[in-house]
Structures are given as structure tokens and as C-alpha cells.
Design a protein around this ligand. Sequence first.
Ligand SMILES: [Zn+2]
Length: 89
Amino acid sequence: MKKCKYCGHVLEGDTLICSNCGRRTYLKRFYRSRNDRKFLGICGGLGEYFGVDSNLIRVITALFILWSGALPGLIVYFIFGVMIPYSDE
Ligand SMILES: [Zn+2]
């Protein structure tokens, strides 16, 4: 059971907007960001999801890609990019 993190109202289905207080909740799954995107919007989406600076996520992602030897990390990044939908905002 999912609840609004602001008012505690029980949320129906996959809704992102609380029907009681009208505020947006982040209980739903991870989305790519349309607003905060440099490439596929994955880092911006992660930043929104975890509430941290998306530039920090970008640095970590870049380090991961370099650490993996470039290609494997890029493939993972693109798989995420294909699988994860954009947010509806
Ligand atoms: Zn609410």
C-alpha cells in the first residue's frame, strides 16, 4: 500500500499526484527527466529520484563508465535509457 508522503493519504494505482492534497509524490518508480537532461535524462532522473544534485550523479556515472572500460558502462547506460520511460512532465 502506497501513501502520500505529505498527508498520508492512501494512493490508488500508479498515481503520482495525491488526490487528497494534490501534491506530487515520489513513491512511483524511477523516470528519466525531461527537464534536467544532458543526454538521455537518466542522470537527471536519478538526481530527482534520490533528491541529490544530478551533476553528482553524472560524475559517478562517468566514473562508472570509465571504470568499466568505457563500452560495458555505455551499454548499461543505453539499456537504462531504452527501458526507463520519460516522466510525463
Ligand atoms: Zn497527499
